[in-house]
Design a protein around this ligand. Structure first.
Ligand SMILES: Nc1ncnc2c1ncn2[C@@H]1O[C@H](COP(=O)(O)OP(=O)(O)OP(=O)(O)O)[C@@H](O)[C@H]1O
Length: 305
């Protein structure tokens, strides 16, 4: 069974596109990254997953059930962290947990909530109005996990959390995934976060899903980037035989950057060793660069078409 299956999913806000023609499958038991810049359509997709808004067209199945009408039983199987956590200002954090536990027919002490509170270094005794952004986020995370859902949907879970707490959160999420088989749908605009956690990533931009990749496919490619500065300053692409090494060579004002994969890397380095090199760096492209290359390639294809 798939945890999420969207087919031709679209949401239009009047003239404005939220998402359009989204096809996406999330398997049970995977950690799935949902990446895109601001305004890409991430929250719109998540709100449809949570039935907070309804699609203009297309279909959506969550945990094997069609999202076509109110299904309270299905809601209980899902945990949801919204991008903004808003709660009654006079209530303490602990009271909010107790209230939510009761709504799921449980007692707070029978849930893992206080254990998570400790791990995330969150103080349950303060009034909601006095929590900082990060502390509201922590509460939201604990609330989303309190009923031990099968599917966890997180909308920008790390904003406002300091790096140590982020690390603890990632640790907790991977434990829940490994030990309890929890499916996690993780939405963010920070690419480096998905590198740490997710098996597959979907890239969304301007309401359209660009592609879904296994992280391995993206990051284990054997392509290297070689950035070179020559003794003579300025653009050397016409004066040195560089285009023979990589026709797409880039120049940023100081460094010339060439790409090479597999056996081409050693011939590139051999060729460079005969040139007046002052500085050189070799590295694998980051996920962000791979992602942006894909954007550009597709945009160029679109312009030519
Ligand atoms: N209630 C609304 N009414 C009109 N337009 C909306 C509404 N909500 C979202 N949009 C528009 O839909 C598009 C997608 O927005 P959405 O909030 O889903 O993006 P996002 O990827 O979650 O961005 P962010 O990271 O900034 O939250 C944007 O152009 C946005 O302006």
């Amino acid at each position: 069974m798939l945890a999420i299956e969207a087919v031709g999913l679209s949401k239009q806000y009047g003239q404005r596109i939220g998402v359009t023609g989204l096809n996406m499958e999330v398997r049970q038991g995977e950690i799935f990254g949902f990446i895109g810049p601001n305004g890409a359509g991430k929250s719109t997709t998540i709100r449809m997953l949570m039935q907070l808004i309804h699609p203009t067209s297309g279909s959506l199945q969550v945990l094997g059930e069609a999202q076509d009408r109110e299904k309270p039983e299905l809601r209980k199987r899902i945990g949801y962290l919204p991008s903004e956590v808003m709660l009654y200002p006079q209530m303490t954090g602990k009271q909010a947990l107790e209230l939510t536990a009761r709504a799921y027919g449980r007692r707070l002490k029978d849930t893992p909530a206080m254990n998570y509170a400790e791990r995330l270094q969150w103080n349950p005794d303060l009034k909601m109005k006095s929590y900082s952004l990060g502390n509201r986020k922590k509460l939201g995370i604990i609330l989303s996990l309190l009923h031990q859902p099968e599917l966890l949907i997180l909308d920008e879970p790390t904003s406002g959390l300091d790096p140590l707490i982020q690390r603890e959160l990632f640790q907790l999420l991977s434990e829940l995934n490994r030990q309890e088989g929890m499916t996690i749908f993780f939405s963010t605009h920070v690419l480096s976060e998905v590198e740490k956690l997710c098996e597959r990533v979907a890239f969304i931009k301007e309401g359209q899903l660009l592609r879904v990749n296994r992280l391995e496919e993206l990051s284990s490619g054997r392509t290297h980037r070689v950035s070179v500065q020559f003794d003579t300053p300025g653009d050397q692409r016409e004066t040195l035989p560089l285009k023979e090494l990589d026709a797409q060579i880039q120049f940023d004002g100081i460094y010339h950057t060439l790409e090479a994969s597999g056996p081409k890397l050693s011939s590139l380095l051999a060729a460079l060793s005969g040139l007046p090199v002052q500085d050189l760096e070799i590295r694998r492209p980051t996920l962000e660069e791979l992602f942006m290359d894909d954007y550009r390639a597709r945009n160029e294809e679109g312009e030519e078409a």
